[in-house]
Design a protein around this ligand. Sequence first.
Ligand code: PGA
Ligand code: ZN
Length: 424
Amino acid sequence: MPKIERLSGREILDSRGRPTVLATCLLDGGALASASVPSGASTGTAEAFELRDGDDRRYRGLGCRRAAINISGVLHDALSRKSFSGQAALDQAMIALDGTPNKSNIGANAILAVSVAYARACAVQKGVPLYQHFADLMHADANKLPRLTINLFSGGKHAGQQVSVQDVLIIPMSASTIDEVLVSASDVYQAAADLILHKYGMRLLTADEGGLAPPCRSAEEMLELAIKAIQQAGYRPGKDIFLGIDVAASHFYREHRYHKDGEVLDSAAMIQTITQWLELYPILSVEDGLAEDDWQNWPSLRRAIAGRALTLGDDLLCTNPRRILRAIEVSACDALLLKVNQIGTLTEALEAYQQARAAGWAVTLSVRSGETEDNWAADLAVGWGADQFKNGSIRQSERLAKYNRLLEIEESTHWPLAAWPRRS
Ligand code: PGA
Ligand code: ZN
């Protein structure tokens, strides 16, 4: 395997105008590549640690200079000119060097930037597309493209909490290529923008991931609006286009109660609310329907919606192999939302992915609400064969960089879209 010749880090800005970090990796064979990492806002408490400067004089304390210096300094010093057998060995070395369970010493942002920059440099050195190299890391062949779950409406932490539920997503199912999926998503998005203008007199205002943020009073109103937008755009809800939701329930759960759009619900009532949504709307995927520490009620949620919609764990699992194992043991979910920066290295993310697959779960690869123009997540979704790719809305360059990369991969491979996971 190639040796690292040089690692360097730089503070850059993400799609919210907040600092994040970019790593550049030069291999001894001359291959050079960079990668930058995203950052969440609606974060799970078990996520790996993002190192920020805490200096209030810069970016309200959110600066990433220390993380960048850790790349050029401690990581470069420890890793350059050493032989690693591959990605796993490099990632293990960084984990050992950090020495904490959540990467709080060096920073998960610094470590992940190096993990991905190294992978990309190895792909350059091999002369293969990045998705191919990601597939090689798991000793599998890539042969399909992920279904897209595309943010239409936003609430929760991404939109000032005007509605408790965080995302209403559209899932184009009759489209058979990425190209067709994007066309239909754009049609629905434009129809939704027109509807919002008519109904609320509101011009196009978008949330962190580019989703529309209408002043709805409830999740139900937002779901109704999504159905209308699909129809107005000339598609059939539940035939051509389905829905997904990210309830992000951790963020309105206090003292064992869900404070949803002015109602106060216990866990059983929250599950009942979700099952009612499934009866009224063609919802295929329910992410974080319950809070991250409401473990005991997740199995009931899964049982209540199994066969109709995926029970997708985001904050609950935090892409953490230990939490995923626990969820498998108690049958809390049947799908993993995989966000690589929740855990902090490609190797641990791959372990999480393989655990989920071994349990027969579906996998949605997801980006974050604070993203950069880097498009490696699109290659990862293809290379690892994720069932779905959750990349926010169909606008803003940090989102489009990934969609445009999928179009490029589609053009060169002609691979089919993944089938929707069987509903058990
Ligand atoms: P985040 O949220 O990237 O702001 O953490 C996305 C999600 O909850 O899926
Ligand atoms: Zn989520």
